[in-house]
Design a protein around this ligand. Sequence first.
Ligand code: C2E
Ligand code: CA
Ligand code: CA
Length: 565
Amino acid sequence: MTGGENLEPDAAPASANADEARPARSLRAEKRDLIALGLAAAAIIMFVGTGGRMVSQFVRNIITDGANSVDPMVASTLLLNVALIIFIMRRHTDLTREVAERRKAERRARQLADIDPLTGCLNRRSIAPATDQLVGEANRSRRGVAFIMIDLDNFKQVNDLHGHQAGDEILMQVASRIRALMPRDALLARLGGDEFAIVQSYDRMLPERIDQFVTRIIDSVAQPFNLDCGAIEITMSVGIAADRDDFSVPGERYDAQALIHKADIAMYEAKKQGKNRHFWFEAPMENELRFRGQLESAIRSGVKDGEFVPFYEQQVDLETGELVGFEMLARWLSPEHGIVSPDVFIPIAEEIGVIGELSEGLIRQAFKDANEWDPALTLSVNISPVQLRDPWFSQKILKMLVESGFPAERLDLEVTESCLHENIGVVRSMITSLKNQGVRISLDDFGTGYSSLAQLRSLPFDRIKIDRSFVSDIGEDENGAKIINAIISLGDGLSMPITAEGIENDSILTALRKMGSMKGQGYHYGMPENATAVRERLQAAGRIVERATEQDAAGAIPEERKSRA
Ligand code: C2E
Ligand code: CA
Ligand code: CA
């Protein structure tokens, strides 16, 4: 089997369904053909019979000089017969043409089921049997087979920015660039979306040939695509699996399903390592993926079981040293993994779509905790960019405020610069509606992203938080101090007060205090603590309010704010 042949629609592997459907329909047609043929045969026999009699009567008529006239009955039977034969012959020709057309349509339907209509490559369904066949053939000729899984990087952005037509154009051109570099005995499939696969036999002694081949493809696809909407650049992540490796049973080859699974894992590794690269499958990758899968399901069940709890970090007015509020920081108290950092579980929760539920649970708990604190203390909460994509986000926050009786004025939402790259119009209206209710919004981790000044000015932030990476350098590094000074003057210009994070020691604190008035937080003031520890700390400082019952607390919400939410 050769790649060229397989990519030709005619040689595509047959579809099981089309094959099942075909005999039934063909059988019916053939039966009809048989009946027509039978009738034709009968007509011909009759024709021969009546024709014979008619001819002898005719001859006799000539010999006897018209004394014996032709039997009119025989003559009309003969004429009828001729008409019948002509009719049946024509019917037979029609039927033959019909059958031929139907066969063509069936073949076309089969091809459609096997071939990706956009790119003309094989599709996910047909690549598996074609791969198994290639593996079988390579086995006989003692060669190896490499399954090369390709996923375009950030293809969704192309679709979002330039439209689906541009996306389709890119997919077609990617396929043709790959095809131009493929050896004849290779298979090319589009597995769906922006995912392609190449299956190719190779000399097992020379696996580097596959690396070279893949590098050529990555380089070729990296050349800009010139579309009507402008030049678009695309990179790709590639995972490769061999049909036999150190882990396979001796003498056994992986089948198509196993190859797809392994190549997919290697491709995922390429994505994880920064995209635009390729990896061969290795067993440890699978363990890591399995661990990741376990982590995902543990996070899902942890959200349901309330394993995520708020910790609180003090925020202080640097000038007076007075405690002004807390930043809530999520912690996962996992029965299996112990206390897990949000840097580990937040990105996974975002990816698997549970960040909203997780965050809402934490916020509800934090409102409850903070309701017991001195009402002068604020509560800062981190919000993921994923949550800002939820059109109901502001309503959800306002509902929680009303339900818990927590004053909107005490709440400060921290959003990062990455939210500015999302749909800025939607983010702006969401922020505005929250601000109208009294909630404040801070721009977190300022300086680590790449927000433009224009964006910063167009969004009504109340505060800028300087990322701790600049603050912790301040003692040793002159540049750190320069950057902080620049951010402080930016904040002054935009009338946005500053919070500095990552104050770890006295010398950082002293340096910051010289730069201007601001709020600050960091391990210098203590590590983030759980609700009980915070309550004890505040109790000691006389900053806990004793509320009679929760109902009283709810009753304390002004009617006006209830109706606004
Ligand atoms: P962040 O918003 O920058 O939070 C501050 C992080 O810096 C916290 O890490 C805190 O423990 C740490 N930190 C505080 N003071 C110091 C210091 O003096 N030195 C150093 N080196 N680090 C300090 P944490 O708690 O591990 O949180 C990490 C990140 O996870 C947070 O960064 C925030 O972006 C995210 N995060 C935490 N909780 C949530 C949450 O509920 N929702 C969302 N979406 N993200 C959260
Ligand atoms: Ca933060
Ligand atoms: Ca930060």
